[in-house]
Design a protein around this ligand. Structure first.
Ligand SMILES: [Ca+2]
Ligand SMILES: [Ca+2]
Length: 444
């Protein structure tokens, strides 16, 4: 069969992110990728939704979702299609008893060349996790549309879940995959500036999730306010927020997320938002997209911030290591505000908030986990929670008076930017150094 015919038998697969089949008794421990290719969607298959994936386990499945499935029922057509797919992988034929094909559809490359890259799949229990990312490259070639990735892998008789390493949402917000895993939360006894409440303890994050690559920006928050016709707590009660008035930090009605003592563009982190405002944003976005956005738990936040590191900052242990990772109280701030005795001697270039993503990302690809804006977490705060918290997915105390904030800000010194440091405020609190980032619960 020609590529032309194959083109005409365009697959309209049902492309939920997951595929469920019965697990065999002798499930494999590893699954090898035999061959992988990436191309434009105009070539072979067509899935329904950006960032989706399907599994193909037979020649019949290859054509079963075609636009004209009746025409494709002929075994000869099925065989020809499978042969065409084998050519694509540069193998003689596909042995459906031992192999299967995973197919991923990426997202619009907006005129740039896009390619899908697979990472080695991982088996977690009875689930095969397929990780992939879309890479971009500026090219003079014409627009290639949505890229697709194909991988010929060893057959796995179980559930297969596709995880894009990065995904974007309706606000053009990039979200990074945070894989499940175990880590030691809190700080070791010898850590400089440590507080006793940062008790070292093991935590397991049992499910992968997505986290905002950046803090929520002014531009993204603007979209919420406009669409929801909403106001922040500080605007509704007329009390504004806490901010610098030229001499000290005070609460003033004039200080709101859109009116500060410094200039912010749409790509700065939104601040002067309370915990309640942040939750309202998540609820609005969840409703808008039909999936669940929320604030991270304190454990998720620290797991994501550390990204496998055990040091005070994800860039190292020394105060100086922080200047790579984030915007904190520095010479730029001191030049504007001479009373900031705690400012560090280095100059990070930003007196107040910086546009998101100006500093070094951590190993999960997250920016500004240290500094820029403090980030609200979903947990209530309790000083003694750690030693008695559940090992798996701790959610924080059932009740409390204050909510946790993490990571430090443009106004703080290194000790408050440490991965383990915990701060807290009442849920209605808002200031010019507190913002948030969102978590997207994975879709299973
Ligand atoms: Ca700074
Ligand atoms: Ca931050």
């Amino acid at each position: 069969m020609s590529r032309g015919l194959l083109l005409s038998v365009c697959l309209l697969a049902v492309c939920a992110a997951t595929t469920h089949v019965v697990v065999s008794a002798d499930e494999p421990k590893t699954v090898k990728v035999i061959a992988a290719e990436s191309t434009s969607k105009t070539y072979l298959l067509r899935l329904k939704k950006d960032d989706s994936g399907v599994v193909i386990r037979s020649a019949a499945e290859l054509v079963a979702h075609s636009a004209k499935p009746d025409d494709a029922k002929d075994p000869a057509v099925q065989k020809a299609m499978a042969a065409e797919l084998a050519k694509f992988f540069k193998v003689k034929s596909i042995d459906w008893n031992k192999q299967m094909v995973v197919v991923v559809e990426g997202h619009d490359t907006r005129g740039e060349f896009g390619a899908i890259k697979f990472d080695p799949p991982e088996i977690k229990g009875k689930v095969l996790q397929v990780f992939w990312k879309q890479e971009h490259r500026v090219t003079r070639a014409s627009h290639l549309g949505v890229p697709m990735g194909f991988a010929l892998v060893e057959r796995f008789e179980g559930e297969v879940v596709f995880f894009p390493r990065i995904t974007t949402n309706s606000l053009d917000m990039a979200l990074m995959l945070i894989p499940s895993g175990k880590f030691t939360m809190g700080s070791p006894k010898g850590e400089e500036d440590r507080h006793d409440e940062e008790a070292h303890h093991e935590v397991e994050i049992t499910r992968p999730f997505y986290m905002g690559k950046h803090e929520v920006t002014v531009g993204q928050f603007k979209a919420f306010v406009k669409d929801a016709n909403d106001k922040t707590e500080g605007e509704r009660d007329g009390k504004g927020g806490r901010a610098f008035d030229g001499k000290e930090f005070v609460q003033k009605p004039v200080f709101t997320w859109k009116n500060l003592h410094f200039t912010q563009t749409d790509d700065h982190p939104v601040v002067v938002v309370s915990w309640n405002d942040a939750v309202a944003f998540c609820e609005w976005l969840s409703k808008k997209e039909g999936r669940t956005y929320r604030l991270p738990t304190e454990a998720e936040w620290e797991y994501a911030c550390r990204a496998g590191t055990k040091t005070r900052f994800h860039t190292g242990d020394k105060d100086d290591d922080l200047q790579l990772a984030g915007n904190t109280a520095d010479a730029s701030l001191k030049a504007k505000w001479k009373d900031v005795f705690w400012a560090m001697s280095w100059d990070d270039g930003f007196a107040f908030t910086a546009p998101v993503g100006q500093f070094k990302a951590n190993a999960f690809g997250l920016y500004d986990m240290h500094g820029n804006a403090w980030e609200w977490c979903s947990d209530w705060y309790a000083e003694g929670y750690y030693p008695k918290s559940p090992v798996q997915d701790p959610q924080g105390p059932a009740n409390g008076k204050e909510r946790v904030t993490r990571g430090g800000a443009w106004s703080t010194q290194p000790k408050f930017c440490r991965a383990a440091f915990r701060d807290r405020h009442e849920p209605g609190y808002r200031s010019d150094c507190v913002g948030f980032r969102v978590v997207l619960a994975e879709s299973r």
